[in-house]
Design a protein around this ligand. Structure first.
Ligand SMILES: [Zn+2]
Ligand SMILES: [Zn+2]
Length: 135
């Protein structure tokens, strides 16, 4: 296992301004949404609040960017596994990232752990019990 390093700012900006607007990501995103609908047997719902979302309106949160790479020509390669991704509504996604930056205890958890903790906080705030209601 590689030691966990905090992604540096330049890397984060490259994801936000480059990868998340790239063709490989939009293709991967569409495939993920289709997989989830098949798995769930119904339309997409926000993994935080349960609100209705569509493949078009969904925000897809990355639990890990580790599988996102570039090929020799510098093109993005979307290698995320389905369990690196989580579908959310825009409101919950924004709230989740706000919790990441404002809640100091999130910094020691790693991205996956911090995501799970932040979803718990959001659900508690919304009075949604934490039993997994989507599986
Ligand atoms: Zn939501
Ligand atoms: Zn996110």
């Amino acid at each position: 296992m590689r030691p966990r390093t905090r992604p540096n700012r330049r890397r984060i900006l490259a994801y936000r301004n480059g990868y998340l607007k790239s063709e490989p990501w939009w293709t991967r995103r569409a495939a993920y949404c289709a997989d989830r609908v098949r798995e769930l047997g119904h339309e997409l719902a926000c993994m935080c609040c349960g609100g209705r979302i569509t493949a078009r309106t969904a925000h897809i949160h990355h639990l890990s960017y580790r599988a996102v790479t570039r090929d020799m020509d510098g093109n993005w390669v979307a290698g995320e596994a389905d369990n690196d991704l989580l579908e959310m509504c825009a409101t919950c996604h924004i709230t989740l990232h706000r919790i990441f930056t404002t809640n100091a205890s999130m910094r020691t958890k790693g991205r996956r752990g911090a995501t799970i903790a932040a979803i718990r906080i959001i659900r508690r705030t919304l009075h949604i019990n934490n039993k997994d209601n989507h599986e």
